[in-house]
Design a protein around this ligand. Structure first.
Ligand SMILES: NC(=O)C1=CN([C@@H]2O[C@H](COP(=O)(O)OP(=O)(O)OC[C@H]3O[C@@H](n4cnc5c(N)ncnc54)[C@H](OP(=O)(O)O)[C@@H]3O)[C@@H](O)[C@H]2O)C=CC1
Ligand SMILES: O=C(CO)[C@H](O)[C@H](O)COP(=O)(O)O
Length: 631
């Protein structure tokens, strides 16, 4: 194979040709070195060469090309400006033409900066006039850095055509790949191959979607080499060990500058370590939260990328068109910040998701168990809440779930009441403890799932112990009260989640923009809602929900309804952990003098842990010998 890199003087033929030759392990030749002395003299004096001057030079080059193409091959840098010169050099079937294209201004700048070259800069205009653009071969824009130009040439020489790759053809990966392919991108898809159980999974996706430009691979090396560079590869596989194992296999196949995106629900501290690991290999790592479930992945999810900013800039042209759009048609994606901040934000998204799901489950349960309403009636009450500024995706799906029948039963009644979880809710609780953020209601949302798992124990205890409500409690079945309580707890769930984001962001110097995070959560994600629209504005004015006037007003109107709903439900013997914890959280936050003085006294009493006094400097600690004197 002989590759002829051509273009006007100053377009970078020598630099590109040399790099390409090194990459291909071939000799490099510069056609200028074959000019006879009289041609060099003319060119140095700024006298354009005539066809007669070029005749012998082209003949000699053609002879050499014939020889090179029979042997090891070569890369030749040659101006070859006119079609008839190129015809003269086209002496083998195995010639690849690479045209370096650039604007006259850019080439002029480069020529003027060049030293120790005999080409007189005034000749450029005559070269530009002589240039006949080719309609074949490989054309590369010279604005890119030389190593990127070479990668582009290699992509074309090796027939690499796929611009985006997805690993993992499960629920999310398959739909994100289709979403990307729908935008006109050529997408390479890969799924692991496990003999006898996981075979031909990616091929099936291609077969099911004949209208898209997809190619399936179950060999990772073939997948990687099919892609143009810098490669942009999205992993959509389970968090934890599978990610590290996949990276072990992937990293040796990648080249510096490639971008790897982990779009799963990975733990953000793991993502930080992985960012460092990939950076050591010159690779960009984007730990990216994705929300929207199956439908969102296909039609437009909300995406929360963090990590390498340079990597994000490379991946952005692919990611932005995939995302849902907000009400101003801006894509629901933003660069969140460095390290694992994208996964951290997604973790908190899921923590709020847990809180909102449990809240809806509790409200449903009050209506069903305490008030004896049937699922259709409950769905009708929920449907009216949409018009009270309480619309949300989770409310919508809850309404639909309530209406779903399974034969003569409601499907809901046939579903085992043991809630499962994959980790993000619990990791948020751990993070809240680590950073000292009060997190009660969202802790309870996780614990409610944990407690639900004890089905057998609960069943046995329910036979042993019967709860009897206190007598004399006035029952008031007013759905508006519950609606107000619901609205208040929902606002508190969000306030708590955003408090965690703000605290962790500040401590780590991530500079996360809360208003922007709310904005990308207004559509595409599981916790999209009208409340989220309000939060976009609230966080423009205020660092936390509690200090926003709008929230203070909302709390003021609903606090009694929340207290009433919680008391009534607890008196009926119905556990509503998120709602009751939210009320405690709220009261705790608006109480100036708490009973924590008693805790400090107890700690000092039994363990000499010391305490601070209200009438002394806050840095001074006191200890009392509590048993010395009992008067
Ligand atoms: N489902 C959802 O609503 C959402 C999920 N996520 C997250 O996205 C990620 C993927 O989720 P989802 O698509 O639902 O999961 P699925 O279980 O549907 O798919 C998992 C995919 O990962 C592959 N896989 C499993 N184990 C390994 C491994 N050890 N090495 C390589 N590949 C493996 C599976 O291949 P095989 O078919 O061979 O088993 C499959 O293609 C998870 O982190 C999840 O938490 C994020 C947002 C929403
Ligand atoms: O991230 C998600 C939605 O945003 C996923 O659906 C996630 O799997 C839900 O978490 P869990 O399985 O713990 O309920």
């Amino acid at each position: 194979m002989v590759i002829i890199v051509f273009g006007v003087s100053g377009s970078g033929k020598t630099t590109t040709g040399q790099l390409l030759a090194t990459q291909l392990n071939m000799p490099f030749y510069d056609a200028d070195d074959f000019h006879p002395a009289e041609n060099v003299k003319k060119m140095s004096a700024g006298i354009p060469l005539q066809d007669e001057d070029r005749k012998h030079w082209l003949e000699e080059l053609a002879e050499n090309i014939k020889e090179w193409s029979k042997g090891k091959g070569a890369v030749l840098a040659c101006s070859a400006l006119k079609e008839r010169y190129r015809k003269q050099l086209n002496v083998s079937d195995n010639i690849h033409w690479v045209f370096l294209k650039g604007s006259p201004d850019l080439i002029n700048q480069r020529i003027n900066a060049r030293k120790n070259h005999y080409m007189n800069p005034v000749l450029l205009n005559s070269q530009i006039a002589d240039l006949e653009m080719p309609e074949y071969g490989i054309t590369v824009d010279i604005i890119k850095a030389p190593h990127l130009i070479v990668r582009r040439i290699m992509d074309r020489l090796e027939n690499r055509v796929f611009n985006f790759g997805v690993i993992g053809m499960g629920v999310m990966g398959r739909n994100l790949a289709l979403n990307q392919a729908e935008k006109g991108t050529k997408v390479a898809i890969y799924n692991r191959h496990v003999l006898g159980s996981e075979e031909g999974i990616a091929a099936q996706v291609v077969q099911d979607n004949p209208d898209f430009h997809l190619a399936a691979f179950d060999d990772l090396k073939d997948f990687v080499t099919s892609m143009t560079s810098p490669r942009v590869i999205l992993l959509m596989i389970p968090a934890g060990r599978p990610i590290d194992m996949q990276l072990d296999d992937l990293i040796p196949l990648l080249e510096k500058g490639d971008v790897v995106i982990d779009g799963g629900n990975s733990y953000y501290k793991d993502s930080k370590l992985r960012s460092q690991r990939l950076a050591e290999h010159g690779l960009h790592f984007l730990p990216m939260g994705v929300s929207g479930g199956e439908e969102g992945a296909r039609k437009g999810p909300s995406m929360m990328p963090g990590g390498s900013k340079e990597g994000y800039d490379i991946a952005k042209p692919f990611l932005e068109p995939m995302a849902a759009v907000d009400k101003n048609l801006k894509p629901c994606i933003t660069y969140v910040g460095p390290e694992g901040s994208g996964h951290f934000v997604k973790m908190v998204h899921n923590s709020i998701e847990y809180g909102e799901m449990q809240l809806l489950a509790e409200v449903y349960y009050i209506f069903r168990k305490n008030w004896g309403m049937d699922p259709i009636e409950i769905s009708e009450v929920f449907a009216t809440w949409r018009d009270h500024h309480l619309d949300s995706y989770l409310l919508e799906i809850t309404i639909n779930i309530l209406k779903k029948k399974d034969g003569e039963h409601y499907l809901l009644d046939m579903i085992l009441d043991q809630a499962e979880q994959k980790g993000t809710g619990g990791w948020s609780v751990g993070t809240a403890l680590e950073y000292g953020v009060p997190y009660g209601p969202l802790v309870e949302a996780v614990m409610a799932r944990t407690l639900s798992a004890r089905k057998q124990f609960r069943t046995e205890m329910s036979k042993l112990i019967a709860y009897k409500p206190a007598a004399g409690f006035v029952k008031d079945e007013n759905t508006d009260r519950v609606k107000n309580a619901y609205a208040m707890v929902s606002l508190l769930n969000h306030a708590i989640g955003f408090d965690l984001i703000q605290t962790v962001s500040k401590t780590n110097g991530w500079d996360i923009n809360l208003s922007e995070v709310s904005r990308i959560w207004t559509n595409g994600c599981i916790i999209r809602s009208t409340l989220m629209d309000d939060l976009v504005n609230i966080f423009k004015e205020s660092e936390d929900v509690f200090s926003s006037l709008k929230a203070v007003e909302a709390f003021g109107e609903s606090q009694v309804d929340l207290a009433y709903t919680v008391s009534q439900s607890l008196n009926e013997g119905t556990a509503i952990p998120v709602m009751s914890s939210a009320l405690n959280y709220y009261l705790g936050n608006i109480t100036k003098d708490s009973p924590a003085n008693m805790i400090q006294a107890q700690r000092d009493y039994f363990g000499a842990h010391t305490y601070r006094r209200v009438d002394a400097d806050s840095s001074t600690y006191f200890h009392t010998d509590w048993t010395a004197d009992h008067d």
